[in-house]
Design a protein around this ligand. Structure first.
Ligand code: UDP
Length: 536
């Protein structure tokens, strides 16, 4: 019997990493039916019911293996969420090797696709002589920063964030970004931390794969995509010079002394010897390639789920929306695991009330750690944490619906009564807002969400970002009410924003249409995989 052409895909733990990769695989096998995809899934703790539901409903040409679970107790205590993901994959490597051995014996295995945080698995893929790809569930702008980080690391001696007012430019950024908005490992953890070092290694590995598949589309992040194509090759001196220029340009408006204090002489990159050896070996292989670009970029998005995986609160939300006027409701959601402090929860509640606009709010039990519900299921009832009398008042006025923990987000965003989206700026949420043409309030919490917030507010101008009160470190109720009015009121500013996002919504549909840019990008990737399969 003829062996099938197979692609192995390895997501890192976390639903919001699994879902986009699964959706990508489905698009691939739907449009190119000769491919078979095998998911090899590392897990932290037992797989959640949602994970099982997603994997059990895959089409027949995609199947999966769940690797033996890693437990939180097996990892060092109090580590950053990114490190948890990375270590889970690292602990799973022997099992991954076994899974690839067996897959290789019964299929025509040609390529290996992994998540950014599964990058430790790349070496194993190379042992099997597979083409290697990163799948980025985030956008091109933040990815362009990641490609730049290895050089930035060489040019900066201090911590990145010394002065929160500084801004930085990088290839394709479009607008200068506040240094404080760079990803968590870069600005929150400190450069000597293991989290930063691990993140840097992931960024270095971005230029060592055959390609990067990105969940975005050409019309949304044109500059970043172009910059990556131009600069995201194996880096050479010429590019280092042009990059210095970018930094300089980005800081033009800042004082020279500030510029000098952040971009100084390079420290050497410290890695443990084993990883250094792997990196050097990989780098040499990459450099040995001809003068053509080493890394190809495939913007294949927007890839979003067509329906929510969990039906929790679905009928309640949709029934309530059915009774509201068109575009009258603000949907408030902080992603699959975002949480707020109790003080911030209170201010949002009062701000929503103060705005006078209708809202549908997904609430979680408050926590000072903003990603506290990402891997851990909350047991308490979040509604018990609402300010006294709030639920009764908004219900009596018919102003809002508050649901605990989860709402069917894509169905809500698609509904004609939804007119605005207060989002934590996870990239999938951003794309879902874009696809459904809903203007946003950008309220980032963790990971690379602050970069996404800058992208949608300052660059694409389809969102407004509330100002944080310097003293308390939270967004006060008056500010919450102000940004809600900007998005929902229907004055000139809000109409312009709506018009822009509706334009991106049309462009998104075009990108994934039969001859659209993202469909073509996927076809060229499929062609490459298929021709490799024929050769071997
Ligand atoms: N989501 C949902 N209902 C919720 C919260 C989140 O359906 O109440 C979905 C949302 O539609 C998106 C995903 O969960 O597809 C969240 O991914 P994103 O990248 O936005 O954020 P993350 O969860 O990674 O922080």
């Amino acid at each position: 019997m003829e062996k099938k052409t197979c692609i192995a895909m390895v997501p890192c733990p976390g639903l919001s990493h699994l879902i986009p990769l699964v959706e990508f695989a489905k698009t691939l096998v739907h449009q190119h039916q000769h491919f078979h995809v095998k998911f090899i899934v590392p897990t932290l703790g037992p797989p959640t019911p949602s994970t099982k539901a997603i994997l059990n409903s895959l089409p027949s040409n995609i199947n999966f293996t769940i690797l033996p679970q890693v437990n939180l107790q097996d990892l060092p205590p109090n580590i950053h969420i990114a490190t948890q993901m990375k270590l889970t994959v690292k602990h799973s490597l022997p099992f991954l090797h076994q899974a690839l051995t067996s897959l290789n014996s019964c299929t025509h295995l040609v390529a290996f696709v992994c998540d950014l945080f599964s990058s430790d698995a790349l070496q194993i893929a190379k042992d099997f002589n597979l083409m290697t790809y990163f799948f980025s569930a985030s956008g091109a702008t933040s990815l362009s920063f990641c490609l730049t980080l290895p050089q930035l690391d060489k040019s900066v001696t201090s911590e990145f964030i010394i002065d929160a007012t500084k801004r930085v430019s990088f290839p394709g950024c479009g607008v200068p970004f506040h240094v404080k908005d760079l990803p968590d490992p870069v600005v929150l953890c400190g450069r000597s931390s293991e989290t930063y070092k691990a993140f840097l290694r992931v960024c270095q590995r971005l230029s060592l794969v055959d390609g990067v598949i990105i969940n975005t589309f050409a019309d949304l992040e044109e500059d970043a995509l172009r910059a990556m194509e131009e600069n995201g090759r194996e880096l050479d001196l010429t590019e280092e010079i042009s990059f210095s220029q970018h930094i300089h340009n980005g800081l033009q408006s800042e004082s020279l002394s500030k510029e000098m204090s952040i971009f100084n002489t390079p420290p050497s990159i410290k890695q443990n010897d084993h990883e250094k050896a792997i990196d050097i070996e990989e780098r040499e292989k990459a450099q040995a390639k001809a003068n053509s670009p080493c890394v190809y970029y495939y913007p294949v998005g927007p890839i979003i789920q067509s329906e929510s995986r969990s039906k929790q609160n679905e009928s309640k939300c949709i029934a309530w929306l059915e009774n509201q006027p068109p575009k009258a409701v603000l949907f408030v959601s902080f992603g699959s695991g975002g949480t707020l402090s109790l003080d911030q929860l209170n201010e949002i509640a009062f701000g929503l009330e103060l705005s006078g606009h209708k809202f549908l709010w997904v609430v979680r039990v408050p926590n000072d750690v903003s990603c506290s519900a990402y891997f851990v299921r909350q047991k308490d009832d979040p509604l018990g944490y609402m300010p006294c009398g709030f639920l009764e008042r908004v219900k009596a006025k018919g102003q809002g619906l508050v649901v605990p923990s989860w709402a069917p987000q894509v169905e809500v965003l698609r509904h004609e009564s939804t007119g605005g989206f207060l989002t934590h700026c996870g990239w999938s949420s951003v794309l879902e807002g874009v696809v459904h043409g809903v203007p946003m309030i950008a309220w980032p919490l963790y990971a690379e969400q602050r970069m996404n917030a800058t992208t949608i507010s300052d660059l694409l101008k389809v969102a407004v970002r509330p100002k944080v009160d310097c003293e308390s470190g939270i967004v006060k109720r008056e500010e919450v009410a102000r940004v809600i009015k900007v998005v929902m009121k229907g004055d000139d500013e809000s109409l312009q924003m709506r018009k822009r996002i509706e334009g991106f919504s049309v462009a998104a549909a075009n990108a994934i249409s039969e001859h659209g840019s993202s469909t073509m990008a996927l076809s060229s990737l499929a062609f490459k995989w298929q021709s490799c399969s024929r050769k071997s």
